[in-house]
Design a protein around this ligand. Structure first.
Ligand SMILES: [Zn+2]
Ligand SMILES: [Zn+2]
Length: 340
């Protein structure tokens, strides 16, 4: 089968022919029908994210149809439409027992990171990682739920978001669109910050109460957020960009007891004098990935029409390079989805 694979930091991905994987006991094989292209792939490409495992098939957002059921798996699942959850925890550590397998230190698999992911025709995963996809959600619309919407739910949970709080979503892309919608559903007043007018217009369409263009505001984006919030500032800032400039602004716009939640990262380090945190009792925290329960919640929100994913365009798997080019240039308004 065809697969787009990572070969190490700084090496270009390559489209290759690899053996078809076979479902073992307790596993299913999914014929992938849609795979979302996440910004994380750029971090693999540049070497910023180097997990030391190569070669590995890229892609951690995938939807498809079960076409093989391993020993012990209910054969009636053959033909089932599913969304794949990309972590497979050990099931025994304190994090797994709490349902937080995104923090498991003995992961059995993390698809698209350490294990072969969704930029391929087939993937084999434990049966529990293949979550039934409601019939009213297309494969294309489903793929960006896996990382985009689910990560947004995880970050909102982690931030302890309360009704009526001011949330700044700093960075408008797929996770940002998810955060705008999920935070609004939880009663937050949402300010989206970005640089691209088209993405900010979409942010407003998806429910942002206010938008701020960081290019217009320059270094005063924090002042602009204070102005938009009657001087209060942000109870929660979700940092999806994390450059030196945005991190300074994100810190400066925090309200008293505000929480800065890192989700994205760049080559830049976070530097802040503690006094800026101390005087406001500010909290700096971070959010990584998501849990299976959160993916089920994300899927239900999309199926009920409460949250929508935004697909910019689809590409055949063979044209993945065009998708990477668009990711690098930041030209896509929503997800680019590969169709293997
Ligand atoms: Zn992702
Ligand atoms: Zn574990």
């Amino acid at each position: 089968m065809k697969a787009v694979r990572y070969h190490g930091p700084g090496e270009p991905f390559r489209l290759e022919t690899v053996p078809e994987p076979q479902a073992g006991p307790g596993e299913v094989r999914v014929r992938i029908r849609a795979a979302g292209m996440c910004h994380t792939e750029l971090h693999f490409e540049s070497g910023l994210l180097n997990l030391g495992t190569a070669p590995v098939t890229m892609g951690h957002e995938m939807a498809g149809v079960i076409n093989q059921a391993g020993e012990g798996v209910d054969p009636s699942r053959l033909g089932e439409r599913v969304l794949v959850y990309y972590y497979a925890g050990c099931g025994e550590c304190e994090w797994c027992l709490r349902g937080e397998e995104n923090l498991c230190g003995s992961l059995k698999a993390e698809y698209g990171f350490f294990n072969d992911g969704g930029y391929a025709e087939l993937i084999v995963v434990p049966a529990r990682n293949a979550v039934p996809l409601p019939s009213n959600v297309s494969f294309e619309a489903a793929a960006p739920i896996g990382c985009g919407v689910t990560t947004a739910i995880h970050a909102c949970n982690l931030a302890g978001l309360a009704d009526g709080e001011v949330v700044v979503v700093y960075g408008v892309g797929t996770v940002g669109y998810g955060l705008i919608q999920v935070a609004r559903l939880r009663g937050a007043r949402v300010v989206a910050v970005g640089r691209t007018p088209g993405k900010l217009a979409l942010a407003r369409e998806l429910g942002a109460h206010e938008v701020a263009n960081a290019s217009d505001e320059g270094k005063d984006v924090a002042a602009r957020v204070r102005e938009l919030t009657g001087g209060r500032g942000a109870d929660v800032v979700f940092e999806l960009v994390a450059t030196r400039e945005t991190m300074a602004a994100s810190t400066a716009m925090l309200a008293k007891q505000g929480r800065l939640v890192f989700i994205g990262y760049s080559p830049d380090s976070y530097t802040v004098h503690p006094i800026h945190l101390v005087i406001n009792e500010a909290v700096v925290t971070a959010s990584v990935g998501n849990t299976l329960g959160e993916m089920e919640e994300a899927l239900a929100l999309v199926a009920e029409g409460k949250v929508r994913t935004v697909v910019d365009h689809t590409l055949p798997l063979e044209e993945w390079e065009k998708g990477m080019e668009a990711l690098r240039e930041g030209t896509a308004l929503g997800r680019i989805v590969l169709i293997p």
